[in-house]
Design a protein around this ligand. Structure first.
Ligand code: BTN
Length: 312
């Protein structure tokens, strides 16, 4: 009898829906998976999962990637657990192509504005893409381009309407489904690199740790989603947007953005440099900033935390 002592191997075996005989599993490892929220049940002489789960697999993701995009990816690294994919990806060498990292879980997932990103094991997508910063006047559009690409990916997955709360939170039915964190860094070997981190709620159905309205693909469509398939679609949409950066046309992009603009025309609360105020959102400006109406004057904001004022 072979006993599975490795946490990642046991996770994968359970995802395979294998009914694992109790003596085949280290109880210590079973406990670790339970602590990470996996719903494992003991039924007579074996363990099984109470819900369908799948694990991330490079070969499966490749099957769902558009052909021209595969050629632009240097590697897809899959980790069982990391602090944050946005951090770990920095340890890998960068060439002219896109480097992709995914993790089954993150123990210090980073959100915008020093928030934590809830990253339970095996149910969502925690994805980072690293590339050399293109010398473009439009590099600050990367968060916005990514959000539009995520919406397009969601559309291919059957979500008819998704919206973007400037600059890059993706909402479905007024609840957040995905968040994006873009971090630019300088590295002496590769120069300026851009890391785009995307967290997409896929099969998560409960999470008391999240302090805002959220949703997931599974909650919206009432079905299980294969994360390899979802990752393939997302990467195809995102990278094809980045490939267009050299010919970027802000006017054209703003038109596209308008289809997804969650804030336009709404009364909003803005927190900028620790100061909060109320305003009205007017839409996206040519330079990627948010145009707002504040006390009768038009103002552009470049970095702020914005929420919809629900009192009106
Ligand atoms: C937000 O606050 O809305 C941004 C969330 C970004 C989360 C993703 S998950 C993959 C990548 N790794 C991280 O630590 N954060 C990003």
């Amino acid at each position: 009898m072979i006993r599975i002592e490795n946490e990642y191997s046991l996770f994968k075996a359970l995802c395979h829906q294998t009914k694992l005989k109790v003596p085949e599993c280290s109880s210590k490892v079973i406990q670790k998976l339970l602590d990470k929220g996996m719903k494992i049940y003991r039924v007579n002489d074996h363990y099984e999962l109470s819900q369908t789960m799948s694990y991330l697999e490079r070969s499966e993701i490749l099957k769902h990637l558009d052909q021209d995009i595969i050629q632009r990816i240097s590697d897809i690294i899959i980790e069982y657990q990391v602090n944050s994919t946005n951090e770990s990806i920095h340890d890998y060498e960068q060439n002219q192509d896109y480097l992709v990292m995914l993790a089954e879980s993150q123990y210090a997932g980073k959100g915008r504005r020093v928030k934590q990103w809830h990253s339970p094991l095996g149910c969502n997508i925690y994805l980072s893409i690293k590339f050399i910063h293109p010398k473009s006047d439009y590099i600050h559009f990367v968060p916005l381009l990514t959000a539009v690409a995520v919406c397009k990916g969601l559309n291919r997955l059957g979500i008819a309407v998704s919206m973007i709360k400037w600059p890059n939170d993706v909402y479905v039915n007024a609840k957040k489904i995905a968040g994006i964190l873009v971090e630019n860094r300088y590295n002496s070997a590769s120069g300026n690199t851009c890391v785009v981190g995307i967290g997409l709620n896929v099969n998560m159905k409960d999470a008391t740790a999240i302090d805002q309205d959220w949703t997931s693909l599974a909650l919206e469509k009432n079905e299980f989603f294969d994360r390899n398939y979802v990752t393939g679609l997302l990467l195809s949409e995102i990278i094809s947007q980045y490939e267009k950066i050299p010919d970027f046309n802000a006017k054209k992009f703003i038109k596209q953005w308008q289809e997804y603009d969650y804030l336009k025309g709404k009364n909003i609360e803005v927190i900028e440099d620790n100061t909060g105020y109320e305003a009205k959102a007017l839409g996206l400006s040519q330079d990627g900033s948010l145009k707002i109406l504040l006390n009768g004057y038009i103002k552009n904001i470049y970095s702020a935390d914005v929420s919809v004022d629900t009192r009106v």
